[in-house]
Design a protein around this ligand. Sequence first.
Ligand code: LMR
Length: 398
Amino acid sequence: MWQNIEAAPADSILGLTDAFRSDPNPQKVNLGVGVYKDEAGRTPILNCVKAAEKLLLERESTKSYLPISGDPLYAAEVQKLLFGEAGEVIASGRAATAHAPGGTGALRVGGDLLKKFYPNAKVWISKPTWANHKGVFKTAGFELAEYGYYNPTTRAVDFEAVVASLESVPAGDIVLLHACCHNPSGVDLSRDQWQKVAAIGAAKGWIPFLDFAYQGFGEGVAEDRFGIEAFAATGVDFFIASSFSKNFGLYNERTGALTIVSPTAKDAAVAMSHLKTTIRVIYSNPPAHGGLVVATILSTPELHAQWLEELAAMRDRIKAMRVALVEGLAARNVKGDFSSIITQRGMFSFSGLSDEVVQWLRANKSIYVVGGGRINLAGLTQANIGYVCDAIAEAMNS
Ligand code: LMR
């Protein structure tokens, strides 16, 4: 069967982790995949997760199927995270939430659902975007188009390009936006800009699809939902893909959610019926554990408070490593202006390293960076930052 078929290329992000694992160099550093690491270089299980798992072990009485859309308590708690407890969207009952296997699963369920009703739509992705966005929506059968987003010269959002592109998107096309902590660039829209983008969406009639994989890694859980609030205020239909891989550290539990916001509760009920038929033919119903952990944490006041603290600690450590990296490069007189790394948000930074330097770092220093120069700041620790800065200095100054 496979004799005349070429092997597929390794995944640009997860494939890097495979290469990292098999690298024997004891000094190797993985700045590739977006996984949080603590100061000791470990990806810990959060204490609130351990405590919730203990409660679940005592309380759980069945392993029977969950409903197609997942546990209702999970959906209710996810909506509180997205809209705030007192959010108008919740009071109006105009959102439908289904537990999906991770953020990727949520994107794909949303893609398959949209394809049924908008078969000729294009999906507009930011330039640049997370590599897997392309694969997910292409595989769901969509043609892709790009909207301008990042300006490599100013290392900031090119808002004129955003506006010009999004004003040209026809009604019924789908626009994929990063709700916060843009992956890979780390540069986000300001509040003012979100409001303008939401107004353009409402006026033009395109369908916003917000990828929300890093809630809490920017400024905070409530602060980071500004883009969601801006679209909710317009009353349009829109989609949100949530991931709890990063903010709850539940990477291997595949815990995410797809939320469809509609103008009315009646519309939301119809949306939910189609969410269910879409999910039923892909994975039937979701795996329970991660969703139960998240629901338990969010609905137990002490655990909720503990989670917010642990999340803040992750966010603060990443911010500290941003400063340490910029200072480390400046101390070594590395050519170039890296100051924007400090103001970028979330786990990633567009470092400004060329693909040539990225390849050199991997081949000579066993430092793994995603093509395009995206660095996962959480991969840096006090123990390896000197090595990384020395290596970048050697690559760039020679
Ligand atoms: C990343 O961008 O590194 C993460 O979202 C992990 C992934 O699945 O690519």
